[in-house]
Design a protein around this ligand. Structure first.
Ligand code: SF4
Length: 375
């Protein structure tokens, strides 16, 4: 290509990129959702929100984020807390490994970096549990570093804009690299944090996986596909039926005065060797998930990744526990007042709340995500 033509093409591309940034940031300024972490420039708070938002819906995160930051307002307060308490505050968000890694990274920063979270994305990436996505999000939003964020939403949006077929497993890594290069090229050097959040917001609210709202999209003029994209097939959900025992008794504690004795629920701790939710507390599993109608306390649907669990909850008297349940991890009769502060599985918290055995303030935040939530 002759030099003059090349310069004209380059100028055109520069203008196109500048226009795209302007349109996206303008739309974001007018339409962004008012979310609590968007009011903070504290890198620790942004870190917590980014970890919570991975795999969990915004509505659920809002409630848990506030409670988490109220209890652990600083990185050091998180680092000093026992893991059990961190997991209890994480209850309902699922993927507990995220909470464990966040806790470990906070301890590392407190022990080795005087409690100061590094500023640059490249240094953040060196911390345990912080990948390139989280590092770029913290560095760009809190410190204005020109680091592009690529999550699932951003990948979908950029693939559609560029006309690349997303969702192909064959050349997924090569595609991801192309998307990262494009994101690096597009990210606004003056407002990288807003640009990253705007692209994620567009993917979460307009450029939806199945029905993108192209007619009102600020980037429709920049987009090669405009809704004519290939949609990857929806993963097939499997179903499983399980049962759990809800066993409640009046406290036997001899120190409680008669008439003032509270109630206790039987909980079982998942063994530390389990790969899924090790150390969390749950209701004992029933040997037989088929429950006679007269003993059925409730049914609950709970989704974990690609599996829909249809859960039957059976009322079990103390004397019948051994006969009706699967012997598993350590069991304890736990006063109800204590149970809400424990690291319960999401399903157990949901059941106890619906049975009015735990305060229900969080139910609204947890319930709507049944189909997406994980234990
Ligand atoms: S025009 Fe449609 S497909 Fe393209 S980015 Fe906007 S919402 Fe997505």
């Amino acid at each position: 290509m002759p030099k003059a033509e090349r310069i004209i093409k380059q100028n055109q591309e520069t203008e196109d990129v500048a226009g795209l940034r302007r349109r996206l940031l303008g739309w974001y300024g007018q339409n962004k959702r008012d979310l609590p972490w968007r009011r903070s420039s504290d890198p620790y708070a942004i870190w917590v929100s980014e970890i919570m938002l991975q795999q969990t819906r915004v509505a659920v995160v809002v409630e848990r984020y506030r409670a988490f930051l109220t209890r652990f307002p600083t990185l050091v307060s998180l680092a000093l807390a026992p893991e059990e308490e961190v997991l209890a505050l994480w209850s309902g968000l699922g993927y507990y490994r995220r909470a464990r890694m966040l806790h470990k990274a906070a301890q590392f920063v407190a022990d080795h970096l005087q409690g100061n979270l590094p500023r640059a994305a490249v240094e953040l990436r060196a911390l345990p549990g912080i990948g390139s996505y989280t590092a770029a999000a913290i560095a760009s939003i809190a410190h204005g570093e020109r680091a592009a964020v690529v999550d699932g939403n951003v990948e979908r949006v950029l693939c559609r804009i560029a006309g690349w077929a997303a969702g192909s497993r064959v050349d997924g890594t090569a595609l991801r690299r192309k998307v990262e290069e494009l994101a690096d090229h597009l990210v606004d050097p003056d407002q990288p944090g807003d640009f990253n959040q705007a692209l994620m917001e567009l993917g979460a609210t307009l450029c939806l996986p199945r029905n993108p709202h192209c007619l009102v999209c600020p980037l429709a003029g920049d987009c090669r596909t405009r809704g004519e994209h290939m949609t990857p097939p929806r993963p097939r959900m499997r179903s499983r039926e399980v049962g759990h025992a809800l066993s409640v008794r009046t406290s036997l504690n001899p120190e409680s005065a008669p008439g003032q004795r509270g109630r206790e629920v039987l909980l079982e701790q998942r063994p530390a060797s389990h790969t899924v939710m090790p150390g969390l507390w749950e209701l004992p599993a029933l040997l037989d998930p088929v429950v006679p109608q007269q003993d059925l306390r409730m049914t609950v649907r709970h989704a974990i990744m690609q599996v829909n669990y249809y859960v039957r909850i059976r009322t079990v008297f103390e004397d019948d526990v051994e006969v009706l349940t699967v012997a598993g991890g350590e069991r304890r009769w736990v006063p109800l007042g204590e149970a809400s502060g424990m690291a319960l599985t999401g399903l157990t918290r949901k059941v106890l709340t619906r049975a009015h055995l735990l305060p229900s303030a969080l139910l609204d935040a947890i319930a709507p995500v049944e189909a997406d939530s994980v234990l």
